[in-house]
Design a protein. Structure first.
Length: 237
């Protein structure tokens, strides 16, 4: 696992975080040191997928990055009779998946999830993905996914959020920085990455997400995970 040192030096003011070769090469280290509870999250996304998987249906891992969720799902569902479609718009991410993962159950596809057609799916995974989609496109995108997923299927959605209460949000932000410092990042690295992400990752509040769930017609959604300012829900059709 190559160590993430991308932001240990000054960056141009106009630098934007993108999923290019540099990020792909250190992504595994980056995400483990930046997302508290990441291993638990990935492991349990696999179990949730197993619980709701319908035989002879497909699973979509949208914004799959290096395929961690897809691998977890494939390991948990022993009798998988459909295909796991692991989709990402990053050429370097999909190339890395193809080079490093040999799994007959997973098909890696380079595509924008905005162009993805959901076919016969009982599980759709959006793990830290929606936050990189333009806010004005999120509702219709999620509505389309929810419309196309099989009856009694699920969308597993994980996002970094703004907590509804300011005190809670201040606490979460402070302890998230503290967490990253204890994983070896300097405050300068943390601040530089925040600047790089400012115009790339637009986070919303828990309330905004849950209002969107209801707007798309989902009345059965459950928050099953929260660690600091990271939350995951299961939306049941």
């Amino acid at each position: 696992m190559k160590k993430d040192n991308l932001y240990n030096k000054d960056i141009p003011n106009n630098h934007k975080f993108i999923f290019d070769n540099d990020v792909t090469n250190v992504f595994e280290d980056m995400v483990h040191r930046s997302v508290p509870g990441y291993e638990f999250l990935i492991d349990n996304i696999g179990y949730i997928a197993k619980k709701f998987y319908q035989p002879n249906s497909n699973i979509y891992d949208l914004g799959c990055s290096l395929g961690a969720c897809s691998i977890s799902v494939s390991e948990k569902i022993e009798d998988l009779t459909g295909t796991i479609f692991a989709i990402d718009s990053s050429e370097s991410m999909i190339k890395a998946c193809g080079n490093n993962i040999n799994n007959k159950n997973i098909e890696f596809i380079r595509s924008d999830i905005l162009d993805t057609d959901i076919i016969n799916s009982s599980v759709i995974i959006l793990n830290l993905t929606l936050q990189f989609i333009s806010i004005d496109k999120r509702t219709e995108l999620l509505r389309e996914f929810f419309r196309k997923i099989n009856n009694k299927g699920v969308i597993i959605l994980t996002e970094k959020i703004i907590n509804n209460k300011k005190n809670d949000d201040d606490f979460s932000k402070s302890f998230h920085d503290f967490y990253k410092q204890n994983k070896g990042y300097s405050q300068e690295e943390i601040d530089r990455k925040k600047i790089a992400l400012k115009n790339t990752m637009k986070i919303e509040s828990e309330k905004q997400h849950e209002e969107r769930f209801m707007e798309i017609g989902c009345n059965s959604f459950y928050k099953w995970f929260q660690c600091y300012n990271f939350v995951s829900w299961v939306l049941v059709k």
